[in-house]
Design a protein around this ligand. Structure first.
Ligand SMILES: *[C@@H]1O[C@H](CO)[C@@H](O)[C@H](O)[C@H]1NC(C)=O
Ligand SMILES: *[C@@H]1O[C@H](CO)[C@@H](O)[C@H](O)[C@H]1NC(C)=O
Ligand SMILES: *[C@@H]1O[C@H](CO)[C@@H](O)[C@H](O)[C@H]1NC(C)=O
Ligand SMILES: *[C@@H]1O[C@H](CO)[C@@H](O)[C@H](O)[C@H]1NC(C)=O
Ligand SMILES: *[C@@H]1O[C@H](CO)[C@@H](O)[C@H](O)[C@H]1NC(C)=O
Ligand SMILES: *[C@@H]1O[C@H](CO)[C@@H](O)[C@H](O)[C@H]1NC(C)=O
Ligand SMILES: *[C@@H]1O[C@H](CO)[C@@H](O)[C@H](O)[C@H]1NC(C)=O
Ligand SMILES: *[C@@H]1O[C@H](CO)[C@@H](O)[C@H](O)[C@H]1NC(C)=O
Length: 481
């Protein structure tokens, strides 16, 4: 009898203890904190860690896809008509970007490396070969005309030279030439007087199989929030005249890594050298990528908004006070004077006037926004798509008859989608972590549940315990009342 009572009471005490332990664990957040600290220790650039392997050689395939705008009415445009374009693509390249010449410094708190990018054409994922012809604006010619438009003597010399070679405002070139470079007759001639100029033009000329200098990264050993953050970058050498350098860095990193334990309130900063500025992205929605939960971040429309909406953008009206409107960025200054204007594809989130100025623009959020999906616990990038359009500012230049009666327009040339989706091997590793997270985070609730269950058993046993002590007579009125 005594033993039985003892058992019952210890059940009660145990249930109370479980409840107290469970509730205090929930209140103190001990397990999420524990989990964070485990992850934080794993996320460091150190020979042997998963994070290091993924950083050194990103396992997921990265694809760079180009969509060109083929101009269909060049003669009419020269007469002042609205340009009409047809989107042609994708032309897909697999992008390899391993970290090379990796070496550690300062007791493993910093690491230096160069990031060499190689692009390999993927015929099976492309609409046609690299030899497809595209008619678009003649960027070297426009750049030269803009440069010399105010010096009428030089302008007329260049203009008559262009007439003799038959060069005009528009040109037809292959996809391969436009991207990776071709020798331009006009530039070749100018090189005679200005030898420092390059006579090859290509939107991504010199970008293949090259790196943009040495980066020094923090390893995250001292503070996990510094994981893979760039400390210094010291090499401007590979940037050429018009290279739209494809190095999208997130606070300096190459875009492939974030610090772990991301929250919805976080602002992700990215530095994009093709936009000559840093961007930020905000939480948009919850997503599930290959079964793994993630937060989707994307740049809000204010990033590119006009001055009325976002006065902070005043610095991007160049020259001062000269604002083009929302959604477009004059990056001429960082493209050696080429009148290049960056925007989202199809002028998504830009002023309606840019969309209206060109036949063939159909902005769509799901196709044209830049997104990055991150697993919040680990900071792993589950999926990302960086989408940017390269446009040329075209206007009538009276000193050059080649520009005819063209109307002033921001003319789209090509847009790119650089995307990555997490590989299956990493998915398997992440699934284990996510499962562990779910189990560990639920331990306090399991304890509380067990406590309640034991409490119930305790009460049941206590009631039963009382039955023999009470008489049937005492219970009778209770039941009948
Ligand atoms: C990492 O370790 C491997 C084998 O232990 C070694 O071959 C490699 O050079 C090391 N890498 C660095 C960057 O130290
Ligand atoms: C590296 O660690 C050693 C021993 O802990 C210390 O004496 C030294 O100053 C450290 N060096 C740097 C560059 O931090
Ligand atoms: C880039 O360089 C690699 C290696 O040098 C080469 O195999 C590849 O065809 C090049 N890609 C392009 C687009 O030229
Ligand atoms: C682009 O337009 C030009 C001129 O009309 C044409 O020759 C070319 O085939 C078009 N390109 C493609 C890929 O359709
Ligand atoms: C990233 O850069 C922005 C501004 O360039 C800065 O405000 C922010 O604190 C940086 N974030 C981190 C994690 O270093
Ligand atoms: C700025 O953008 C807003 C919203 O798109 C528009 O209503 C406003 O007229 C624009 N202001 C200027 C000066 O373009
Ligand atoms: C773009 O900026 C450059 C200087 O950086 C300036 O000369 C040019 O006029 C600007 N273009 C437009 C269309 O505002
Ligand atoms: C890249 O974006 C384009 C345009 O929205 C889309 O058609 C294409 O499927 C995307 N590519 C990848 C690999 O997501």
């Amino acid at each position: 009898m005594l033993l039985k009572l003892c058992c019952i009471y210890s059940t009660g005490v145990f249930s109370m203890l479980l409840l107290i332990a469970g509730i205090s664990m929930v209140l103190s957040n001990v397990f999420p904190h524990f989990l964070q600290s485990v992850v934080e220790k794993e996320i460091v650039l150190k020979n042997g860690t998963l994070a290091f392997d993924a950083w050194e050689n990103p396992p997921a395939p990265i694809y760079m896809q180009f969509y060109f705008f083929n101009l269909t009415n060049p003669l009419e445009v020269l007469d002042g008509d609205k340009p009409a374009v047809v989107e042609i693509g994708p032309y897909t390249y697999r992008e390899y970007r391993p970290m090379e010449e990796v070496s550690f410094h300062e007791n493993g708190t910093k690491v230096t490396a160069v990031n060499t990018k190689t692009y390999i054409f993927q015929p099976n994922m492309s609409r046609g070969p690299e030899s497809d012809l595209i008619r678009t604006v003649n960027i070297p010619a426009v750049t030269v005309m803009e440069k010399f438009k105010k010096t009428s003597l030089v302008a007329s010399l260049i203009s008559s030279y262009m007439k003799s070679t038959g060069e005009g405002l528009f040109t037809t070139r292959t996809v391969g030439e436009l991207l990776w470079g071709y020798e331009d007759e006009l530039l070749k001639t100018l090189k005679v007087i200005r030898p420092e100029l390059d006579d090859v033009f290509g939107l991504f000329y010199k970008s293949n199989a090259s790196n943009d200098g040495e980066y020094m990264f923090f390893t995250g050993q001292q503070d996990y929030r510094d994981f893979a953050r760039v400390d210094t970058w010291n090499g401007e050498s590979s940037l050429n005249w018009w290279t739209s350098d494809e190095c999208n860095m997130i606070n300096g990193t190459n875009g492939a890594s974030f610090h772990p334990v991301i929250t919805k309130n976080e602002t992700l900063y990215m530095f994009s050298s093709d936009l000559c500025r840093s961007l930020y992205a905000l939480y948009e929605e919850d997503v599930i990528v290959k079964g793994i939960p993630g937060y989707r971040f994307s740049p809000p429309s204010e990033v590119f908004a006009n001055l009325t909406v976002n006065p902070a953008n005043a610095g991007f009206c160049v020259p001062a006070g000269n604002c083009l409107g929302s959604g477009v960025l004059n990056v001429s200054a960082c493209k050696q004077g080429a009148p290049i204007i960056m925007s989202s594809p199809h002028f998504y989130q830009a002023d309606e006037k840019f969309v209206q100025d060109v036949f063939g623009m159909k902005p769509k959020k799901e196709h044209h926004e830049t997104t990055i999906d991150i697993n919040p616990l680990t900071g792993f990038v589950l999926q990302a798509a960086k989408r940017i359009q390269i446009n040329v500012y075209v206007e009538k230049i009276p000193t050059f008859s080649q520009t005819g009666n063209v109307r002033t327009v921001v003319l789209p040339v090509v847009y790119l989608n650089e995307s990555v989706i997490i590989d299956d091997a990493s998915v398997r590793k992440l699934k284990v972590i996510v499962l562990e997270e779910n189990v560990v985070v639920n331990i306090p609730f399991m304890l509380i549940g067990l406590g309640i269950l034991l409490g119930g058993i305790f009460m049941f046993l206590m009631c039963r315990q009382k039955i023999p002590e009470s008489t049937a007579a005492e219970r009778q009125p209770l039941l009948s009342s």
